[in-house]
Write a protein that binds this ligand. Structure first.
Ligand SMILES: NC(=O)c1ccc[n+]([C@@H]2O[C@H](COP(=O)([O-])OP(=O)(O)OC[C@H]3O[C@@H](n4cnc5c(N)ncnc54)[C@H](OP(=O)(O)O)[C@@H]3O)[C@@H](O)[C@H]2O)c1
Length: 312
């Protein structure tokens, strides 16, 4: 199958392209240097190719409190790049199934995170602009499908983790931040200070498990929105405890700074629809996934004091 992937240089995109290529597909993977999607003409160079699938992963965001300080840029950039992809799909590649990625941040914190609620209520204030651009991406898919036809899939992942994360100086997703802090605590005696009281809950999904579900759902004919998570939400404290066990650092030495930004108190996905489509779904055990991630992290991430950051 001929497949185009936007966001191919990202954490998810790199491994997705690898898995698609291993499965024998012809993959064109694009980062912003290959096609800056804020430019509405950037995909014209691929007009003559006829793709069977397009995975639209590109997004301009980072973890931590990045959304708090960049709401305007996030709105402008993400609206542009999503519009470029949707327009190009509808005008030039409508034979392709368009598979796009949402965010759990789009769900309103006071509502059940079932797919029917993706557009209901209000996302948390600190992530509002980013969350709304992801909602608009879904609205765009629905609207184009309703008027013109075409086939789409919109998936909403919980936080991804595993080997192969970014090694530049961007803000890290919470699990990578926890690993770095605890390793530096162990090897350099730095105080390990976590943001918030540690009771906020999060859900992780191992990168390859996510890709497995994504590829299985991509085969389905129906246009749909589906959450992809494990349904296993845990407190930040309990993730920290697991990492401490693996790297052998005393959990009691961890401090909590309640003055810091923590984002949503609770973030986990309702996965009833996913279970309906994939009843025999199995997930990598957290201990195993974390051990593999920590092994990779120790080897490749610039967490040691003498290391300089690797340019992207
Ligand atoms: N990681 C998670 O835990 C998570 C959770 C929920 C949802 N998601 C969603 O899943 C998708 C992939 O996430 P990720 O973690 O792989 O993201 P990522 O590592 O931040 O990668 C983002 C990708 O978007 C590309 N991009 C950014 N601006 C662009 C532009 N103007 N034109 C073209 N490409 C541009 C980047 O290209 P360059 O490398 O060239 O800048 C990169 O390939 C995103 O849509 C994200 O919102 C991720």
């Amino acid at each position: 199958m001929k497949i185009l992937v936007t966001g191919a240089t990202g954490f998810l995109g790199k491994t997705l392209c690898l898995r698609l290529t291993e499965a024998g597909h012809t993959v064109i993977g694009l980062g912003s240097r290959d096609a800056d999607l804020t430019n509405s003409q950037s995909l014209r160079q691929y007009n003559q190719s006829k793709f069977e699938r397009i995975y639209h992963l590109a997004a301009w965001t980072q973890a931590g409190d990045f959304c708090l300080s960049h709401p305007g840029e996030q709105w402008l950039i993400n609206q542009k790049l999503n519009t470029t992809v949707l327009s190009w799909w509808q005008e030039c590649q409508f034979q392709a199934k368009l598979i796009s990625i949402g965010t759990s941040c789009s769900y309103a914190p006071d509502l059940d995170t079932c797919e029917e609620n993706y557009l209901n209520g209000s996302p948390i204030e600190s992530l509002f602009a980013y969350a709304m651009t992801k909602r608009m991406l879904y609205v765009g898919l629905q609207a184009i499908h309703q008027q013109f036809g075409g086939s789409y899939l919109y998936v909403v992942p919980s936080t991804l983790y595993g080997p192969g994360y970014h090694t530049d100086d961007r803000q890290l997703h919470f699990i990578f931040d926890l690993i770095r802090k605890i390793l530096r605590g162990k090897y350099y005696g730095e105080p390990v200070v976590l943001w918030g009281d540690g009771e906020q809950t999060r859900e992780l999904i191992y990168l390859d498990d996510f890709i497995h579900s994504l590829l299985a759902l991509s085969e389905r004919g129906e246009s749909d929105i589906v959450n992809i998570g494990t349904g296993d939400a845990r407190s930040i404290k309990s993730f920290a405890q697991k990492i401490c066990e693996i790297v052998k650092y005393p959990f009691e030495d961890i401090q909590f700074d309640q003055s810091k930004y923590v984002g949503a108190r609770s973030k986990f996905l309702n996965i009833e629809r996913l279970k309906l489509h994939s009843p025999s779904l199995r997930f990598t055990e957290l201990d195993e996934g974390l051990s593999r991630t920590i092994d990779w992290f120790e080897q490749y991430m610039p967490w040691k004091k003498s290391e300089t950051l690797i340019a992207r």
